[in-house]
Design a protein around this ligand. Structure first.
Ligand code: SF4
Ligand code: SF4
Length: 374
């Protein structure tokens, strides 16, 4: 059976609230049966990425509030959450400044793996990852709503529902473990330190400045990492302007590990307990982890809703294979090619690989039916 995906397009046909995306999304949620996923009175994480300082192109609080209200109408008890991506206290400040507060959303904003990012539980994962630590507030939940701001990603290519589940659900490290059981393992499957090319390095120190835990120094102008402090987040390699740093993993192995991480998170839930909402809005080339925002590479497309993470990300890339790159964006020089999406062309890697791996692991189906609503 084909997976159902509801598609609310971004266009508006009239100067009326009901005609705009927010109004159409609200109407959709009012008519949608969330009790198929969420049981009365349970506590429900609404998983999203809370952004970073300067990364203002995240999901607007108005949309998050509509989902909070819909969960409350079950009736159930929602909280908005993500695992720690920059030090926890700082991440809560970032969330507040982005407009994600109890007051604005109508639900508490909670760090899924605690203020120190180590409140997590180890579970079995696949052959690459072995064991991973799942953020406790996600691990212990019975149902969940996953809100994903669709964007590009230098390594995963697509920042979609699968990446949100995997990188966001797997914590940095368990209380009594190390990065080996954390999300950083996905980046470091073929070594425990970045590969540094001294010949290429211009000593610009961009890597040092982006590191969320200040683990990089340059004694005698040599890239040096404090291995104990390093989260293995991969950001130092991503920002290097001359590719002097490389994460020790191939694209193929990383994509497999990403799918394994998503499966480990999904395995903590019973079937049909998670709803996914992809926001194809303000789609910038890079992850919301970065401390800045770039102009969107494609025009706003709207919102997709499904209970199948493979289907919703496949539909996302299918839509992004038919768009025109926006002028004055990082994709402005790209010529679209049949069967290729804008993020794969931009990052020069196959973004569908993560979906193929996820489908292979049984996370969902790439066969879907798109149902336009509103
Ligand atoms: S960002 Fe790259 S070029 Fe700049 S100091 Fe770091 S390794 Fe060297
Ligand atoms: S991978 Fe790089 S940026 Fe991330 S914590 Fe380690 S040294 Fe810092």
């Amino acid at each position: 059976m084909k997976a159902k995906i509801y598609y609310i397009t971004a266009d508006s046909r009239a100067f009326a609230y009901e005609s705009g995306l927010e109004g159409k999304f609200e109407n959709f949620l009012k008519g949608f049966d969330l009790t198929a996923y969420i049981t009365r009175d349970e506590v429900v994480p609404i998983k999203m990425h809370l952004g970073n300082r300067g990364a203002f192109r995240t999901i607007r609080p108005q949309f998050v509030k509509l989902v909070v209200d819909a969960v409350k109408n079950v009736p159930a008890q929602p909280f908005v959450t993500d695992s720690v991506r920059v030090p926890g206290y700082e991440y809560l400040e970032i969330a507040k400044n982005a407009g994600y507060t109890h007051l604005t959303l109508g639900a508490p904003v909670v760090l899924a793996d605690g203020i120190y990012g180590n409140d997590s539980l180890k579970v079995k994962a696949g052959e690459l990852l072995g064991e991973v630590s799942i953020a406790s507030a996600i691990h212990d939940a019975r149902s969940m709503v996953v809100l994903t701001h669709v964007k590009g990603h230098i390594q995963a290519v697509l920042g979609g529902a699968i990446k949100n589940l995997s990188m966001g659900g797997v914590s940095l490290a368990p209380r009594n473990g190390s990065w080996q059981q954390g999300r950083g393992k996905m980046h470091f499957l073929m070594g425990d330190i970045m590969e540094w090319d001294e010949e290429k390095c211009t000593l610009c120190h961009d890597c040092m400045n982006i590191c969320p835990v200040e683990s990089i120094t340059f004694p005698d102008d040599k890239y040096t990492v404090d291995k104990e402090k390093c989260w293995r987040c991969g950001r130092c390699a991503r920002v290097c302007p001359v590719e002097a740093l490389a994460v020790p993993v191939t694209h193929e192995i990383f994509m497999k590990a990403l799918a394994e991480g998503a499966k480990a998170v999904l395995d903590t839930f019973d079937e049909h307990r998670i709803l996914y909402v992809n926001f194809l809005l303000e789609m910038q080339p890079e992850c919301d982890c970065m401390p800045m925002a770039d102009p969107p590479v494609a025009q706003d497309q709207g919102i997709l809703i499904s209970d199948d993470p493979v289907a919703i990300d496949t539909a996302t890339l299918d839509i992004l294979s038919r768009i025109k790159p926006l002028p004055d964006s990082r994709a402005s020089d790209i010529t679209m090619k049949e069967g290729w999406d804008i993020f794969s062309l931009l990052h020069k890697k196959d973004g569908r690989l993560q979906l193929k791996e996820a489908e292979h692991l049984g996370l969902g189906s790439s066969d879907y039916e798109l149902i336009k609503v509103g």
